[in-house]
Design a protein around this ligand. Structure first.
Ligand SMILES: *Cc1c(COP(=O)(O)O)cnc(C)c1O
Length: 429
C-alpha cells in the first residue's frame, strides 16, 4: 500500500498523526500503552453492510468467521448487525454466546470436532454442523441419537478448485485435509437423509482465504449447484447453500474484488438456477470484515542502522502478530506518530524483541524514523490478536475499539502474573 493510502476510517490529523475515526494513535497509546490493537467500529460495520447491500432482497445469512478476530467486543458489534457466526471450536461458540450472539445462527466447521464439542453444540442449539468426514458424520449421528435430538447438518464438500492463494490458507484442493471430496458426498448424503437423528439442511464449502480473484468462487458455486441437483433427484431438498468465506483484502498492492463483485459472482451461478432461486445463500467471511478495520500500534524502541541492514526494533513482535513470520505476509507499516529528535531516512527491517530471526513485522521499509516514533501495522484486524501467543513471556497486547470520539477498551493488556497463574511449583515430598 503506498504510504499515503490508508484504509477507510483511517486518516491523518492536522499534525500528520494517524487517526482512527476521530481518535489519534498517540492518544490511544498514551492511555493504553503499546503494543495495542485498535479497531474501527465503523469499518467493521461498513464491511458487513457492503455484503448485506450486495445481497439486496435475496435471502442470505452472513456468518462471520470468529477465528479471524474473536474478541467478544467485536462479536457483539456483529451480533447487533444480525450476523450469524462460523465457529471452529466449542470455545468459539461459548464466546459468541458470551457476546450476545445466537447459537441458532451459528455454523460449526472444523475437521476435528470432539465428542464433547458436538454434544455442547447440540445442547446450545447450534444452527448447523458442517461435517468434514464420514467418521465425523457417524459420530454426530450417534451423539444426537443418544441425546434424543436431531442434528442439523451440511456436508462440507471439497470442490477441488484452486483458490490460487498461499498454500497454508488454501483449503479447497483434493489434497487438503478439509471437507469431503465432492464426488464422494452423494452416498453420505443418502445415509444422513435416512438417519432418524440427522437432518440434512445444506451443502457447505470453503475453498481458502485471501482470494484476490472471483473465478474460484464461481467455479466452486457451480460444483455445489451440480451436487444440489443430484441430491434433488434423490428427494433430498436443501434449506441453504453455504459458500464459505475467503474474500481477500488489500495488504500492500493486492487488488481484491469488492464485496459486490464477490456476491455477484456467487449469485450469477445460484440465482440463474431454478432449483436455488429461493434458497438462502450463507457466506462465512472473516478477514474481509475484521482485517481492514484493525491496526497494531507499536513504538520504536531502538534504531540500529548498519552497513548492510538497518533495524528498527519495535515493541511488538511475532507473538503479537504472527502473519509475517508464519506466511511471509507483507503488511503495510506506516508512521503513526512522530517523536521529537533526529530522524533517520533509511530502509528498515522492522523487527521485534523476540529471540528468533523469524521475528519480523516487515522487511525493507523506507521510512524516516526516530527512536520513540509510533508505527502502525495496517490490515491487522484479522488473524492478528486471535493468533497471538505469550512466547518469550510477553503479555498479549491490549485491544481497543474506536467508535467516533469514544475508545472502548475491549481487552486489557494481560497482567504479567496471569501468564503463570495456572502453573505450579513441583511439590517436594
Ligand atoms: C477461516 C474460515 C473462514 C473465513 O475465512 P476468511 O478468509 O477469513 O474469510 C470461513 N470458513 C471456514 C470454514 C474457515 O475455516
Amino acid at each position: 500500500m503506498p504510504q499515503s493510502e490508508l484504509p477507510p476510517f483511517f486518516s491523518r490529523n492536522d499534525v500528520g498523526d494517524l487517526q482512527i475515526e476521530q481518535v489519534s494513535a498517540g492518544e490511544i497509546v498514551e492511555h493504553f500503552d503499546s503494543p495495542t490493537y485498535v479497531y474501527s467500529r465503523a469499518a467493521i460495520e461498513s464491511a458487513f453492510n457492503a455484503l448485506t447491500a450486495a445481497f439486496g432482497e435475496r435471502a442470505h445469512r452472513i456468518c462471520y468467521a470468529v477465528k479471524a478476530n474473536s474478541n467478544i467486543g467485536i462479536l457483539n458489534v456483529l451480533a447487533r448487525l444480525g450476523a450469524g457466526f462460523d465457529i471452529v471450536s466449542y470455545g468459539e461458540l461459548a464466546r459468541v454466546m458470551a457476546a450476545g450472539g445466537d447459537p441458532g445462527r451459528c455454523v460449526f466447521s472444523g475437521v476435528g470436532k470432539s465428542a464433547d464439542e458436538i454434544r455442547g453444540a447440540l445442547e446450545a442449539g447450534i444452527g448447523c454442523l458442517n461435517v468434514e468426514s464420514e467418521a465425523e458424520l457417524q459420530r454426530i449421528a450417534d451423539i444426537a441419537a443418544a441425546m434424543q435430538q436431531i442434528a442439523p447438518i451440511s456436508l462440507r464438500v471439497n470442490p477441488d478448485v484452486d483458490a490460487r492463494t498461499h498454500p497454508y490458507i488454501s483449503t479447497g484442493l483434493k489434497d487438503n485435509k478439509f471437507g469431503i471430496a465432492i464426488d464422494e458426498a452423494l452416498p453420505l448424503y443418502e445415509w444422513a437423509h435416512a438417519h432418524p437423528a440427522l437432518e440434512v439442511t445444506g451443502i457447505d464449502c470453503h475453498i481458502g482465504s485471501q482470494l484476490t480473484d472471483v473465478s474460484p468462487f464461481r467455479d466452486a458455486a457451480e460444483r455445489v449447484m451440480n451436487l444440489a441437483h443430484r441430491l434433488a433427484e434423490r428427494g433430498i431438498t436443501l434449506q441453504h447453500l453455504d459458500l464459505g468465506g475467503g474474500l481477500g483484502i488489500r495488504y500492500t498492492d493486492e487488488t481484491p474484488p469488492a464485496a459486490a463483485d464477490w456476491i455477484e459472482a456467487i449469485r450469477s451461478v445460484v440465482d440463474a438456477d431454478p432449483l436455488a432461486r429461493e434458497l438462502p445463500i450463507w457466506i462465512e467471511p472473516g478477514r474481509f470484515i475484521a482485517g481492514p478495520a484493525g491496526a497494531l500500534l507499536t513504538r520504536v524502541e531502538y534504531l540500529k542502522p548498519g552497513e548492510h541492514k538497518s533495524f528498527a526494533i519495535v515493541d511488538a513482535a511475532m507473538n503479537d502478530l504472527m502473519r509475517p513470520a508464519l506466511y511471509g505476509s507483507d503488511m503495510a507499516i506506516v508512521l503513526a506518530g512522530q517523536a521529537p529528535g533526529d530522524r533517520d531516512m533509511d530502509t528498515w527491517e522492522i523487527v521485534g524483541p523476540i529471540c528468533e530471526t523469524g521475528d519480523f513485522l516487515g522487511h525493507g521499509r523506507a521510512l524516516e524514523l526516530a527512536q520513540g516514533d509510533l508505527l502502525a501495522v495496517l490490515g491487522a484486524g484479522a488473524y492478528g490478536f486471535s493468533m497471538a501467543s505469550n512466547y518469550n513471556t510477553r503479555p498479549r497486547a491490549a485491544e481497543v475499539l474506536v467508535d467516533g470520539h469514544t475508545v472502548h477498551e475491549i481487552r486489557r493488556r494481560e497482567p504479567l502474573d496471569s501468564l503463570w497463574a495456572l502453573e505450579q511449583l513441583p511439590v517436594a515430598d
